[in-house]
Design a protein around this ligand. Structure first.
Ligand code: F6R
Length: 240
């Protein structure tokens, strides 16, 4: 696990974009795993800028996102599909048909999990971008998720719902369930880039790197991956 420690959010975004640019200019036909949330927004702006300047080309790129809430109307601004369209896909020359997010109609929709996993297995993720939850989740694999999990439906913890309340009018509006790529699905990526900023991530970043691998802290599984780059700001790195 390699660490790059930067001064602030903007520098983290720049360093992550350098890694993305390296990958995106290494081949035409690539498959990349993407994340939502606050962490990647700055990176996505820089990826869009590189694309506008002709440095990168997404015409042959396929994407798979980590997760999606269950139960929000499709036109809700906080669905991860709408987040991705707004913050990245509508800003780059990607074919929207090559962008994939998991979708489940309700918390018992196992078929959709199997379909997403099947699709993922038809590709090899060249890179998976990750954020990390303050409880150590990756994707929406909450503490206690099996390290061998594939795409599945999860009940979000109170901590995650509280962390994400900032995007909604009230806690009641934050969905209780989500569909997520599993930990095994994430670990199959050739390379992983994890980004994190802020003091509220410091404990999770410390535990990810230093606590013996445990399903109670999902991100500890990344200790087993041969090619992980963690790009964090100095506040997120403060307990390392
Ligand atoms: C998002 C995702 C989550 C977030 C994590 C951090 O697709 O899978 O694991 O990466 O919750 O979120 P932010 O970046 O908002 O702090």
């Amino acid at each position: 696990m390699k660490f790059i420690i930067k001064e602030n959010y903007d520098e983290v975004a720049e360093a992550a974009n350098e890694e993305m640019r390296r990958i995106l200019t290494s081949a035409d036909s690539l498959t990349i795993g993407l994340a939502t949330g606050s962490s990647p927004i700055g990176l996505y702006k820089l990826m869009a800028k590189d694309n506008a300047e002709g440095i990168t080309d997404f015409t042959k790129v396929t994407t798979f996102n980590l997760d999606e809430y269950i139960g929000l109307p499709t036109d809700h601004p906080e669905t991860y599909r709408n987040f991705m369209n707004k913050n990245l896909f509508n800003q780059i020359n990607i074919n929207l048909n090559k962008t994939h997010l998991p979708y489940a109609s309700d918390k018992n929709d196992k078929n959709s999990c199997e379909e997403y996993e099947k699709m993922l297995n038809n590709y090899q993720l060249d890179v998976q971008l990750l954020g990390i939850g303050s409880n150590g989740h990756i994707g929406f694999n909450e503490p206690g998720s099996s390290f061998s999990s594939n795409t599945h439906i999860v009940e979000l913890t109170e901590k995650t719902r509280n962390d994400n309340q900032r995007f909604f009018a009230s806690l009641d509006e934050v969905p209780t369930h989500a569909i997520t790529m599993g930990i095994a699905s994430i670990m199959r990526a050739k390379e992983i880039i994890l980004i994190a900023c802020g003091e509220n991530k410091a404990q999770a970043i410390y535990e990810m790197a230093n606590v013996a691998k445990t399903e109670e802290i999902p991100a500890t599984i990344l200790q087993n991956h041969p090619n992980v780059i963690c790009i964090v700001d100095k506040d997120a790195a403060s307990k390392l």
